[in-house]
Design a binder for this molecule. Structure first.
Ligand code: ASP
Length: 308
């Protein structure tokens, strides 16, 4: 059964991907086409052009692509000046012997593959970034910026209003191939060079067409420590139901006692056509888009909330 699951930010591209899947398009191609629209939509304030910069006011994008039939992966991290980065991750998968490129190397490869050098810092993001940074810096620090130690700021600058989000698409196509695609600008005001979980296979995403797929949003600093997406798919391989596999992953997250701890949203599908989205510890209501071929139109639904 063809199906598509994505988080609430997917709205600019969800219908595009559904239409391509309906027409028999390959899962990854269809999802990359949809996410490209999300990345270019300035109203989506967490991904692509509408996202938030790092502490230096520079956009650094992360993205990942996984084909669950071959287990091929392409990923890019901390990429400057490039949209859409999920398409760039797909190019890594198709044209290099590597799985992941970061920073300047990823930008160089983008030029080789014909991606323009884009203006990616939204003027409003620049304004909010500087206002936020000014609040945290003394007059001396402001005068010396950016030649100041950034690490002390990174502990205080997290902004509850504008923290993080990612767009994740998990799909099953006409040949029962299951795949997953992610894209994000990462945490607002992150330390330069920081990678989140969205480009890390096993943490932010994982797919195996025989069992299912999972993708996470919110606190990558937790899912990277627990390999959350891979754990869910491996648990299903070992015979867990989708719900029990997610419960195992949530239990692992809740065992963490140190480091940066906050909310995580888990999106997962299995090869039998089930899906679940679980909001672990996020205060706000989390919603997601769902469509399968039995449905006339996609639906925006509310995730199951879990607080341990
Ligand atoms: N998980 C992403 C990261 O850690 C951000 C998010 O989805 O909120 O960069």
């Amino acid at each position: 059964m063809k199906m598509l699951l994505a988080n609430a930010e997917a709205w600019p591209g969800f219908d595009t991907t559904v239409e391509l899947l309906r027409q028999g398009g390959a899962g990854i191609d269809s999802m990359v086409s949809g996410i490209a629209k999300v990345e270019r939509e300035a109203k989506v304030r967490s991904v692509g052009y509408g996202g938030w910069p790092n502490m230096l006011g520079e956009m650094e994008f992360d993205a990942g692509v996984m084909d669950g039939t071959t287990r091929d992966v392409g990923a890019v991290g901390a990429v400057p000046a490039t949209l859409p980065v999920s398409a760039l991750a797909h190019e890594v998968m198709k044209h290099l012997p590597h799985v992941m490129l970061t920073g300047a190397g990823a930008r160089r490869f983008a030029s080789e593959r014909g991606f323009a050098v884009d203006e990616v810092l939204h003027p409003d993001s620049k304004r909010v970034w500087w206002e936020r940074l000014q609040k945290e810096m003394s007059a001396e620090q402001q005068a010396a910026f950016p030649d100041i130690p950034l690490a002390p700021l990174s502990n205080t600058i997290t902004d509850p209003e504008r923290v993080r989000d990612t767009t994740v698409f998990l799909g099953r196509d006409a040949s029962n191939g299951i795949g997953v695609v992610t894209s994000t600008s990462g945490w607002a005001w992150k330390y330069p060079g920081r990678l989140g979980d969205s480009p890390i296979p096993g943490a932010g995403f994982y797919a195996d067409s025989r069992y299912g797929a999972a993708a996470c949003t919110h606190t990558g600093e937790m899912t990277m420590r627990c390999s959350t997406s891979r754990s869910i798919v491996l648990a299903m391989r070992l015979g867990y139901t989708l719900a029990d596999a997610i419960k195992l992953a949530v239990d692992e997250l809740s065992e963490l006692r140190t480091g940066f701890l906050a909310g995580v949203v888990i999106h997962a599908i299995d090869a039998k056509g089930n899906h679940q989205v679980v909001n672990y510890r996020c205060d706000e209501e989390i919603r997601y888009w769902y469509w399968d071929e039995r449905m006339a139109a996609p639906e925006l639904r509310v995730a199951t909330a879990v607080k341990l």
